[in-house]
Design a binder for this molecule. Sequence first.
Ligand code: COI
Length: 386
Amino acid sequence: MSKPVAHPLTPQQRAERTASPTFGTAFTEHMVSVKWTAEQGWHEAELQPYGPLLLDPATVGLHYGQVVFEGLKAFRSHTGDVAVFRPDAHARRMRASAHRLMMPELPEELFLAAVDALVAQDQDWIPDDPNTSLYLRPVTFASERTLALRPAREYRFLLLAFVTEGYFGRSQRPVRVWVTEEYTRAAAGGTGAAKCAGNYAGSLRAQEEAQDKGCDQVVWLDPTERRWVEEMGGMNLFFVYGAGAEARLVTPPLSGSLLPGVTRDALLRLAPALGIPATEAPVSLEDWRAGCASGEITEVFACGTAARISPVNEVCTSGDSWTVGTAGERPVGEVTARLSDALFGIQRGELPDRFSWMRPVAPAPRPAAPASGQAPASLTDQAARS
Ligand code: COI
């Protein structure tokens, strides 16, 4: 079913709400909700007004953290069309995360139908400004009322959307990172490869430590030797070795404790198409330090849906600090800028979508959406089918 808001905001009200939006605050007017029970499977798929939930205090997801989520984006192209970047890859990762946490896996078709329905409904929220996009936040949580420690028997999937510029704001601001030796993000056999809420809660103390040291973000080392670089905050890291025609990319391998980033995967495919070889190989903290000292490492950047591509220009540890490659001369390195332009060119429809990553979304309904009616057939149908 579809229950759009009876009185949508005016274009001017939308513009006011989305002017300089802080990450995760400028929510649109709608959301999608789908329920799951052991008896009925996924059911009651509904596009509805964005609003608070009524939860029992014993909702199991609040206590034991059976919560998985995703983050993906819809972009407006220069011609005004709207398309979503790699929703199929996010649907698959959400299933993998759910599998790890003993949660029901939302079928890919239903995930895509939810994305289509919400973005079609709220696409007018995406400003024409090419620096903004619509961030989509799918989340599934255990909604059963029980404090028994076992996989829950009821779940709720929600899809929210908010307008964003970027995690670090409008510009591609270079970040200064703190390498924590005290805290680790994940261990082999744990939940590091799943996008689950607990991983992010567990990162906050180290992020606080980074900020106390005057840094923007924390860098995680492997939990066993505290030697191998894993990730930065909630983002993957890439190292650029060499420059010009000799430049090549290296990113730490998916050891089981890293999150398999969708942007990371995109760059591993996009870079070779631009003539930049890209490999997955371990990088130690000592490699990073020595590579910057010798000039072998010329650029480092972090990537993720929220952060896009963010240059890392300075590294601080408990014993020393250093600048990355050419960071002193220019804030965004040449290879970082090339990759960033190529990726955003595809996302904004300015460059050919050679990997078929963009999923076009139906044009906005004109005039304004009806006060009630049927959801785009696919959302209702897909819930009934799953
Ligand atoms: C994203 O990059 O979309 C993420 O999920 C990170 C977020 C928690 C800020």
